[in-house]
Design a protein around this ligand. Structure first.
Ligand code: MSP
Length: 558
């Protein structure tokens, strides 16, 4: 990457009513890899991950646990942080929506949108699913036959009975019937604006098939949505009506902006909040949200319109229709990277049958790298996917323990026998092969193709393994030392380039390896955005210890 830019990646803010599972781990991993890639490449990068606390789910859970809500949320926030710190995720800000900095912003936004008439009062009777924290229409529900414990689509001619009820398909619970005073956001004002925004930004949602779903939904016509509740909870009160609190999505989505206008710096004892709104409001900034398909509509439809309202990102025509202006793009997110549902061993993750993979004990049993490798190389970001535990071990054994590990081992063991004074530079052919790999790797990671980055790396490692098989440096070392040195030099140098790339994916292991190979200081240099300086330079490895295993093999459970 040559053009340095501001780069901001976010995970969704996770509900603080449960602990993270592999689904959450997946989004944090994607964000972490992308963040690291931009950071080491020299970009001015930020990465935030947060907790969504102002939700009905948290209130219910705290009651069940017999705890005061804030005590409950504090303990959950602590847990979440512990999990992400366990994996050394490199987030630059960790934010809770109960923080003052966030509350201040949300109230400011609400007041502004209210003053300009984009928020209005109404009374509605709607269905609300607490599990999803969203309002539901008949289209969103299914029938549940309680006796048979079976669901089926809502069909004409079938009537609700005590035994057949309408439920949310994900939570299998009847939604709450709500009739109350609500404030609504005039999303309908932004119908034309949204359509024009999508046309001008054809890659706003990736992959494309998910964007097509969003576009089709918008074209069916938007509806205003509720932004408040009449409950007496601790959520953020509406500044213009204290009897109401902010509904979770209006509050939650604005967190992405909170972390820019009031960005956390320093450590726990020395914390300060800095105004970094330029990260959001700059033509040279890329803002990327990673989310799963369940929350695309909130991110791809509500969020741009809310920003358009707050920042006045429109032009009104004589019919009062609001139009999009390309010059306003700097206030809007650049891209939303989405994926589908995870199941585990073919089953939907469910806390009831307890097939949820808890990433901490799982990675303790196997390894952090196994989880990362399998989730990022098993399927392209975007699809629904099944986490097959057996396949995870097989993939890890094949790619990291064998392909990578064996080559590393060969090179390390043989290199300790080398006389480095014989070293000769690699030939032009090899330089060209590596250049292609490195260029492609950079290109693909720039468009967040993390699977490709891994696939291409393992293909390159295959080529290196073949090169070792045909040149047989273990024989050469006895017969032709000069040639053995040249071969090993090539292998070691190109492996070094691979490691530099894999640092974004497996930072702890690459750190361990750099240190063991006498490349101390590499991680520090990478973390100070100096990847380019480490490329293409001829290193002399100082290998003092040869019998260590970077990626141990695991048994496949029967
Ligand atoms: N709090 C909202 C997000 C607000 S963002 C302004 C929320 N939280 S969540 O905890 O329910 O889920 C957040 C994220 O967890 C999802 O976006 C996704 O990254 C991940 N996943 C949770 N369950 C998952 C699966 N079963 N499959 C794939 N990803 C999953 O939604």
């Amino acid at each position: 990457m040559t053009n340095k830019q501001n780069f901001f990646v976010t995970t969704p803010i996770y509900y603080g009513n449960g602990l993270p599972h592999v689904g959450h781990f997946y989004s944090s991993t994607i964000a972490n890899v992308i963040y690291k890639f931009h950071k080491i490449s020299g970009d001015n990068a930020r990465f935030t991950t947060w907790i969504d606390e102002n939700s009905q789910k948290a209130v219910i859970k705290a009651e069940e646990e017999g705890m005061e809500i804030m005590d409950y949320l504090d303990s959950m926030a602590e847990w979440h942080k512990k999990v992400w710190d366990h994996f050394n995720f490199d987030y630059t800000d960790f934010i809770r929506t109960t923080e003052t900095r966030h509350k201040n912003l949300v109230q400011k936004v609400l007041q502004k949108c209210f003053d300009k008439g984009d928020i209005y009062e109404g009374e509605y009777e709607w269905m609300y699913c607490v599990g999803c924290e969203s309002f539901k229409k008949d289209d969103d529900l299914v029938y549940l036959n309680i006796e048979q414990n079976k669901t089926f689509p809502i069909k004409q001619g079938v009537k609700e009975t005590p035994n057949i009820i309408k439920v949310c398909p994900d939570h299998l619970k009847a939604p709450d019937q709500i009739k109350e005073k609500n404030y609504f956001f005039k999303l309908t004002n932004y119908q034309t604006w949204t359509e024009e925004f999508y046309k001008a930004n054809p890659e706003f949602v990736v992959p494309q098939f998910r964007f097509n779903e969003v576009i089709a939904f918008v074209e069916r016509w938007l509806e205003d949505f509720s932004i408040s509740r009449e409950t007496n909870t601790f959520w953020i009160p509406l500044p213009f009506d204290n009897s109401q609190v902010t509904y979770v999505w209006f509050d939650a989505l604005f967190n992405y902006y909170t972390s820019c206008i009031s960005s956390r710096w320093g450590d726990k004892n020395n914390e300060e909040f800095i105004d970094e709104r330029w990260i959001w409001e700059d033509d040279n900034s890329t803002k990327l949200h990673v989310v799963w398909k369940d929350i695309i509509r909130f991110h791809a439809i509500f969020w741009p319109a809310m920003l358009a309202s707050y920042f006045d990102l429109w032009e009104k025509d004589s019919d009062w229709v609001l139009h999009y202006r390309k010059s306003d793009n700097k206030y809007l997110p650049n891209q939303i990277l989405t994926w589908g549902y995870f199941t585990v061993d073919g089953q939907k993750m469910s806390k009831t049958i307890w097939n949820v993979i808890d990433p901490v004990p799982y990675s303790d049993e196997y390894s952090h790298e196994l989880l990362t490798l399998y989730m990022l190389s098993g399927f392209p970001i975007g699809n629904d996917w099944d986490y097959d535990r057996k396949d995870a071990v097989l993939t890890y054994n094949a790619k990291l323990a064998n392909n990578f590990g064996n080559l590393l081992n060969r090179v390390v063991v043989l290199t300790t026998k080398l006389d480095w004074s014989y070293l000769t530079s690699p030939s032009g052919k090899w330089i060209a092969a590596t250049k292609d790999y490195l260029d492609d790797f950079n290109k693909k990671l720039s468009v967040y193709d993390l699977k490709w980055g891994l696939d291409e790396t393992f293909m390159f490692l295959d080529v290196l393994n073949k090169y070792a098989d045909t040149t047989e440096p273990w024989k050469l070392i006895k017969e032709d030392t000069e040639r053995a040195n040249a071969v090993l030099y090539i292998l070691a140098e190109w492996l070094r380039e691979v490691w530099l790339n894999l640092y974004c994916y497996f930072p702890e292991k690459m750190w361990e390896m750099f240190n063991r190979l006498g490349l101390e200081g590499y991680v520090e240099q990478l973390e100070q955005w100096k990847l380019e300086e480490l490329r293409g330079r001829s290193e002399i490895f100082n290998i003092t210890q040869k019998d260590w295993v970077l990626f141990e093999r695991f048994e496949v459970e029967k």
